[in-house]
Design a protein around this ligand. Sequence first.
Ligand code: DGL
Length: 271
Amino acid sequence: MDNRAIGFFDSGLGGLTSIPHLFKALPQERVIYFGDTARTPYGSKAVSTIRQYACQIADFLVSKNVKMLVIACNTISTTCLKELKERFPALPIVGIVSPAAEKVAASCDETNRIGVIGTKVTISSGAYRDMIRTLAPQLTVFDRATPAFVPLIEEGIIENEIMDLTIHYYMDDFIAQNKLDTLVLGCTHYPLIRKNIERLYPGLEIIDPSQEIIGRIRQALAEKDLLADESQESENVFYASDLSENFTRMIQRILETERSDLILKFKNLDL
Ligand code: DGL
């Protein structure tokens, strides 16, 4: 039993899309979240820059005495998981790609046509394609980088024409030419446009890594006897490197709660 918080992080607000799933599955757990909203997006940056930022964030969360680190970001998971595990060998660290790849391998067969969308860095790493094919070589996987989604989502441009046009721009050909029936949302920001995608391409089976990661968190905590006590008071803290009005609005929307329930803090990692 361990009542310390779980450290969650992302380049911005995307990682928040896992939190409602976590609270539903493990309501006794507390989180300390860090969103690097001042430096987002990461997905088109150099890998060396992403590594430097990810280490700063992990150091900060570890200084808050978290019991585990959850990389709620595909871009960081595909580029920094090994490095972070070497940096903190005693700490359980969970990345977001392998739980989703395992879900694809378990739920699809050779008749499926699977697409993965993500940031430029995630897609060029080939992490999803390689992991899915290693687990299930008979599966057919296609992938595409969709880099304009994150800046629009961070701005809150979601339920409108601009987002729908951007989805059409990236996805119409990708889905039609490859005859996709299954789509992996390989960026934690993308669950925020899941409804748009479902409306524009009805019948597409969606796999959401932000949700799939929860089973892996539970398993990692249980293995080390780190699950929290049922009776603890829940107090969750959300840090952002740019605590803008937009972040506040989006966090309320994603967690479906009022500002007064949330502990929001500013933390500049460059200082
Ligand atoms: N949410 C992130 C991911 O899962 C990254 C978005 C970005 O900063 O480009 O890849």
